[in-house]
Write a protein that binds this ligand. Structure first.
Ligand code: URA
Ligand code: CA
Length: 440
């Protein structure tokens, strides 16, 4: 295959053939095309886009660049995936709740990336194993209804190469490249039902509603073309979803929710995503029925009991479910106030994510070690009033240097207005192949 000709076609904005796209994915996976040619094509795609047929073709070629799993779990296997957020701990809330209702969740999760957190890091922060053999993974789903693992290197290897190159060439923010990256891994993981949480707002990969809707539609379309049942929910990310940001802190909040000790936006979004997962897994007929089942599992304690099973099955210590407060501990614990009083008007949620990374909760480079203890708990949301001597958040830091750096970022990330402000919208819409349903 003449690779410069492929680059040239996309340079002039022409649609690529399935054969050209297959050569691209294969070249990325097996190293037969040099990085500079792959990178040039990535930039041409970033600038000139891809149509729906090309995007689906790229996704399938990336998925088929490695192993294609077919999870046999004695029922309909379902998975859920978020496009990435801050304080976005929905998986640890909804996976146990859905499994307690009888769903079979075979979940592949990622690590923290840039300003966003990852479920695998959160699980490891309490000593859970996130690499299981395929046989262990499937038998755990059959036995207790759920398992969460990190993505194995054998799944969609083309994405591994392309993602690293995108990161290094400023080509991450491309709709066809994001859609194909996420969906290639989901198609290779082989679950029948997939619920996507597509974030909207200042902490999202696509900040505007219009951009997020386009991304949601593209991923649903890819799933449809591949014969999978995909639903995408558009949910708010103009501020951290939960109040807790940081690995052990986020596990603490998930446990407190399952203990019935707190509610709020993290629970609201988890129940909404979970209700669609129960429909995809044919446990419920409608999302409304699904939400009722999930609420029952929450109130009866069945969700918390399932989280204990999940923690134990993956090598963790479930005593954290009895004493979640032990998960909020770091060498320095201190509160942060703002210089002015007023109302919280807006947050740069991406910058808040980077503040968490600066504390050591995320990685700057792939090889960085994360500190499971650090992060912050926000005491205010958009629309809340705040007095000048009132704590905006409590910080958990490992040393004074990272504390100072993160404090400065958080102060810059939060905008205060003298006038009262509206609360943020949390739930926008559900996107399926049939169309878009607005919430509210
Ligand atoms: N998550 C992914 O896996 N890939 C992207 O391109 C963006 C978010
Ligand atoms: Ca295998």
């Amino acid at each position: 295959m003449d690779f410069p000709a492929i680059i040239s076609d996309k340079k002039y904005g022409r649609a690529l053939t399935d054969e050209q796209i297959a050569a691209f994915a294969k070249g990325a996976a097996d190293g037969s095309v040099p990085d500079y040619q792959l990178a040039a094509l990535l930039m041409a795609i970033r600038l000139n886009g891809m149509d729906a047929r090309e995007t689906a073709s790229l996704t399938l070629a990336m998925a088929q660049s490695g192993e294609m799993l077919k999870p046999n779990v004695g029922g309909i296997a379902v998975d859920k995936h978020s496009t990435g957020g801050v304080g976005d701990t929905t998986s640890l809330v909804l996976v146990p709740l859905c499994a307690a209702c009888g769903a079979k969740i075979a979940k592949m999760s990622g690590r923290g990336l840039g300003h966003t957190g990852g479920t695998v890091d959160k699980m490891e922060s309490i000593g859970m194993r996130t690499t299981l053999t395929e046989a262990e993974f499937l038998s755990q789903v059959q036995r207790i209804g759920c398992a969460i693992v990190g993505q194995s290197a054998e799944l969609a290897p083309a994405d591994k190469t392309l993602y690293a190159l995108r990161d290094a060439t400023a080509t991450v923010d491309s709709l066809p490249l994001i859609a194909s990256s996420i969906m290639s891994k989901k198609l290779a993981a082989g679950t029948d039902g997939i619920v996507l949480d597509v974030k909207v707002g200042s902490g999202a990969i696509m900040p505007t509603y219009e951009g997020s809707l386009k991304l949601a539609r593209a991923m649903v379309d890819i799933g449809h073309r591949a014969g999978r049942n995909v639903t995408a929910l558009l949910t708010g990310m103009n501020e951290p979803l939960g109040s807790h940001v940081g690995n052990r802190l986020e596990v603490k909040e998930a446990i407190e929710i399952l203990r019935g000790e707190c509610a709020g936006p993290l629970l609201t979004v988890s129940l909404k995503l979970g209700s669609y997962l129960l429909v995809a897994g044919e446990v419920a007929k409608t999302p409304e029925e699904g939400e009722k089942l999930l609420t029952k599992a929450l109130q009866s304690g069945a969700g918390l009991a399932k989280l204990r099973e999940l923690i134990l099955a993956q090598g963790g210590d479930d005593s954290v479910c009895d004493h979640p407060e032990v998960l909020a501990d770091a060498p320095i614990i201190t509160s942060l106030c703002l210089p002015q009083s007023g109302y919280i008007k807006a947050m740069d949620t991406t910058l808040l994510g980077y503040a968490s990374q600066a504390l050591g909760a995320g990685r700057r480079q792939k090889t960085d070690e994360i500190d499971p203890r650090v992060g912050f708990i926000m005491h205010k949301r958009i629309g809340d009033s705040i007095a000048a001597d009132e704590a905006l958040c409590t910080l958990y830091a490992k040393d004074e240097k990272t504390l100072a750096e993160a404090s400065d970022m958080i102060r810059r990330a939060v905008m205060v207005s003298p006038q009262p402000c509206d609360k943020e919208r949390l739930l926008y819409a559900a996107v399926t192949h049939a169309g878009v349903t607005d919430f509210e």
